[in-house]
Write a protein that binds this ligand. Structure first.
Ligand code: NAD
Length: 482
């Protein structure tokens, strides 16, 4: 059985525990590799390596750090196919998605921050005859970076790239559910000669190795993406130690469709917004509110398009819907479908586990894309995060009513509005409790923009300047001229 290894101080090593965790292929439900069950001792070793590398790395010129990151991007690009196959196998996502979104976006993350630091400039505040202030932005030291399973390489590199670009060294912890592409990334770092200790990748369970990062007294900064419950726990630990934290958490995102929407385009994009990556993208829309005058038309046409999402073996090039990431996750999704039925919901499409795809996938974790209506907007199915291919449809009459529905959840990550009415779009976008609002589109990413949520969807922002600021500490220096 293949063994994934930790990458510490430039070496591929087993955990001090010498214990292993099974790694499953979701499409087959079979164990296909093992990952180190690391612990706080491994984190201490990684910390020592990162701390030792910090003075050298932080004092490199911007150009030199930039060149290393560009080489990592090139290294991933050269092996794009290997990365895409690994990501698809590890997560159950369709290979075409890994090839076109996950891996290219991971490459872009490195290129974006590698070049951003070449153009960043520091602030100065002139006080005339008295003197002036200038602001130095300094890296903090060893950054702790913790990522989830849904977009494994994409979200991990979204943290690694800015953290390293501005001069921090790092300990990164991929999800134990999807560790493989982080292992491949470590190999790329070795190939391109990244100085040892700059990036350390430690695998293992969140409660053990993730918590060891968060509670390590000398790691001053934590960037976390994952569930809200975990985020709250991390915030408590980090609070006690006064660490700088960024938390990108769960969501229950609304899509609001008005009667003047370009319905054809809206439906085409909305179906992807609902079911891409089996609905396991934090930005997926899960609650669709449709104006009552177009409700029936929308429902009929939407379901027609959902039929294109046929669960199938993710390694096949034409597959548009793959497997759910884990047994635990598929049980959670099925639980919510049962809950919806009990609450009087109509299962308009799907609703069942797919029992047989092909011989290879006979024990895989597949579920039909599921569309439900006739549920109260305030019921558990409409309020709690499912994080799977299940969406609800609810009709609405007025803007006031739909705004209330949309904002009624404890989350506030993203929202979508479909309308041709510019005034309405601006006013509603302003009032929606969400960190990101798309009007007439979904998941359009511009790496310069702030990314993150409000309420229980998180604290802090990633992306662009926000990330460059998060991973540095500003120091104001006053120079007196009197
Ligand atoms: P999770 O919270 O279970 O795990 C995320 C990471 O945290 C994993 O690496 C895990 O090992 C680690 N972890 C778990 N317990 C920990 C602890 N006590 N201390 C430190 N680390 C710990 O989340 P998940 O199930 O992997 O991911 C799904 C969740 O992530 C969903 O809620 C989804 O909405 C959210 N998500 C949010 C965003 C965003 O940008 N807001 C993006 C993707 C996913």
């Amino acid at each position: 059985m293949e063994k994934i290894l930790n990458y510490i101080n430039g070496n591929f090593v087993v955990s001090k525990s010498n214990e292993w965790i099974d790694n499953y292929e979701p499409a087959t439900g079979q164990i296909y590799s093992l990952i180190p069950k690391s612990n706080s001792e491994d984190i201490q070793t990684a910390y020592e390596a990162a701390k030792t590398a910090f003075p050298m790395w932080s004092q490199l010129s911007h150009e030199d750090r930039s060149n290393y990151l560009l080489k990592i991007a090139d290294g991933i690009e050269k092996k794009l196919e290997e990365f895409a196959e690994a990501e698809s196998k590890d997560t159950g996502k369709p290979i075409k998605l890994a090839r076109s979104i996950d891996i290219p976006r991971a490459i872009s993350n490195f290129r974006f921050f590698a070049t951003a630091i070449l153009h960043a400039h520091d602030e100065a505040y002139d006080m005339g005859k008295i003197g002036f202030n200038y602001v130095k932005r300094k890296p903090l030291g060893v950054a702790g970076l913790i990522a989830p399973w849904n977009l494994p390489l994409y979200l991990l590199t979204w943290k690694i790239a800015p953290a390293l670009a501005v001069g921090n060294t790092a300990i990164a912890k991929p999800s134990e559910v999807t560790p493989y592409t982080a292992f491949l990334l470590a190999k790329v770092c070795e190939d391109i000669g990244l100085p040892k200790g700059v990036l350390n990748i430690v695998h293992g369970f969140g409660a053990e190795v993730g918590e060891a990062i968060v509670t390590h007294p000398k790691i001053p900064i934590i960037s976390f993406t994952g569930g809200t419950t975990t985020g709250k726990r991390i915030a408590q630990h980090a609070g006690k130690l006064l660490k700088k934290v960024s938390l990108e958490l769960g969501g229950k995102n609304p899509a609001i469709i008005f009667d003047d929407a370009d319905l054809q385009r809206c439906i085409e994009i909305s179906v992807r917004g609902a079911f891409n990556n089996q609905g396991q993208i934090c930005l997926c829309s899960s609650r669709f509110f449709v104006h009552k005058t177009i409700y029936e038309t929308f429902k009929k046409n939407f379901i027609e398009k959902v039929k294109n999402f046929v669960p199938n073996d993710p390694i096949l090039p034409e597959t548009s819907m793959g497997a759910i990431v884990s047994e635990m996750q598929i049980k959670k999704v099925l639980h919510y479908i049962e809950e919806a039925k009990k609450l009087g919901g109509n299962i308009l499409y799907g609703g069942k586990r797919v029992e047989f795809i092909n011989e290879r996938c006979k024990n895989g974790w597949f579920i039909e894309p599921t569309v439900i209506d006739n549920l109260d907007p305030y019921c558990s199915v409409n309020q709690e995060e499912i994080f799977g291919p299940v969406i609800t449809l609810t009709p609405f009459e007025s803007e006031k009513e739909v705004l209330e529905y949309a904002n009624s959840v404890s989350y506030g990550l993203s929202a979508v509005i479909w309308t041709q009415n510019l005034k309405r779009a601006h006013l509603l976008a302003d009032q929606l409790e969400a960190g990101i609002v798309w009007v007439n589109n979904w998941m359009v990413r511009d790496l310069r923009t702030p990314f993150g949520g409000v309420k229980e969807s998180g604290v802090g922002r990633e992306g662009g300047l926000e990330a460059l600021h998060f991973y540095t500490e500003p120091k104001n220096i006053f120079i007196g001229l009197l």
